[in-house]
Design a protein around this ligand. Structure first.
Ligand SMILES: Cc1ncc(C[n+]2csc(CCOP(=O)(O)OP(=O)(O)O)c2C)c(N)n1
Length: 313
């Protein structure tokens, strides 16, 4: 069941995490390309009530929101982002290397690789007759790699418990989807017998309703494909000049009605939620995230003497 107030709190937390991360880039604590998911919160929040401890989630280079909803330890995730020992990879991997074996969560900076890896998690469940499904998160750009088609084929052939969850924010870095992608991504499973749907990914209810069906199917051995329309409210990475998206386009896309959080807040208020209580809830969630961030930042930097530990070759 989707509880809208719980979803609201969850999305506020996600936003606060991403904003803290943006500050970490500005302060120089976080190095390398940082990709945040501001504007895409309703997708993660829409699948959150459907995820169980038996499930696996494989995310992309924009992974924080999915880690949060799959209940990866948030302090360990933030410690990894802030390059601290005590992070998921001891602060040596950074934000595109979040591995949490206890939660069957991981991500990858190799665009599209999340899909066949998630297929592996789904295959393991099928082969070992274990409960649970795998969620393969991908962007619209990633939908064009060959392994997506290969994974759709094997998922259908072996009836694997997998949900392909495409976050379609309209761009792969500076390349607009329509300049790179033929046809409708949600129809790409059809030749294999995998039904697909496209929903408004800024509306948590729309995501949840479609995801409920997709997860139900996948748990019964019928893979499913769900494409969620959204808009990325930041540059591709923090520091991206973002000159390739026209200001008029951004102004039209980044409105209160299209902000998943403001949109849900307006809906809750229209449904007679107490506005003061929502404001208090928001403050409480932001305070909680501030505590996580403080705890993560208080951890030491990795010890140079450990530089070669955990290195396979
Ligand atoms: C195999 C591979 N090719 C290229 C890149 C460089 N790259 C990083 S993100 C990105 C675009 C991804 O677009 P999309 O899948 O739509 O995800 P979004 O960034 O929009 O969330 C590219 C091409 C990469 N990381 N891996």
């Amino acid at each position: 069941m989707l509880d809208l107030e719980v979803a609201y709190r969850s999305m506020v937390r996600m936003r606060a995490v991403e904003e803290a991360v943006q500050l970490g880039v500005i302060s120089g604590e976080i190095h390398g390309e940082m990709h945040v998911g501001i504007g895409q919160e309703a997708i993660a929040a829409g699948i959150e009530p459907l995820l169980t401890d038996d499930d696996a989630v494989v995310s992309t280079h924009r992974p924080h929101l999915h880690a949060l909803v799959h209940r990866v330890n948030p302090v360990a995730m933030l410690a990894e982002l802030f390059e601290r020992d005590g992070g998921l990879c001891h602060g040596k991997g950074g934000h595109m290397h979040l591995f949490s074996p206890d939660r069957d969560f991981m991500c990858t900076g190799i665009v599209g690789a999340s899909v066949p890896i998630a297929l592996g998690y789904a295959f393991a469940r099928h082969y070992r007759e274990r409960a649970g499904l795998a969620v393969a998160v991908l962007g619209d750009g990633a939908a064009n790699i060959g392994a997506f088609a290969e994974s759709l084929n094997l998922a259908a052939l072996w009836r694997l418990p997998v949900v392909f969850l495409c976050e379609d924010n309209g761009y792969g870095i500076s390349v607009a989807r329509d300049a790179a992608t033929a046809g409708a991504i949600e129809r790409r499973g059809e030749p294999y017998g995998i039904p697909g749907r496209r929903v408004d990914g800024t509306d948590v209810t729309a995501v949840y309703d479609a995801a409920e069906q997709a997860f139900g199917q996948a748990r019964a051995g019928q893979p499913a494909l769900l494409v969620c329309d959204c808009y990325r409210w930041s540059g591709h990475y923090e520091g991206d000049t973002d000159h390739y998206r026209a200001q008029a386009e951004k102004d039209a896309a980044m409105t209160a009605e299209r902000d998943p959080i403001q949109r849900l807040r307006a809906r809750l208020i229209a449904g007679r939620a107490n506005e003061d209580e929502l404001t208090e809830a928001e403050a409480a969630e932001r305070a909680r995230v501030a505590e996580w961030v403080a705890e993560a930042r208080a951890k030491p930097s990795p010890n140079p003497a450990d530089a070669l530990s955990g290195v396979f070759v």
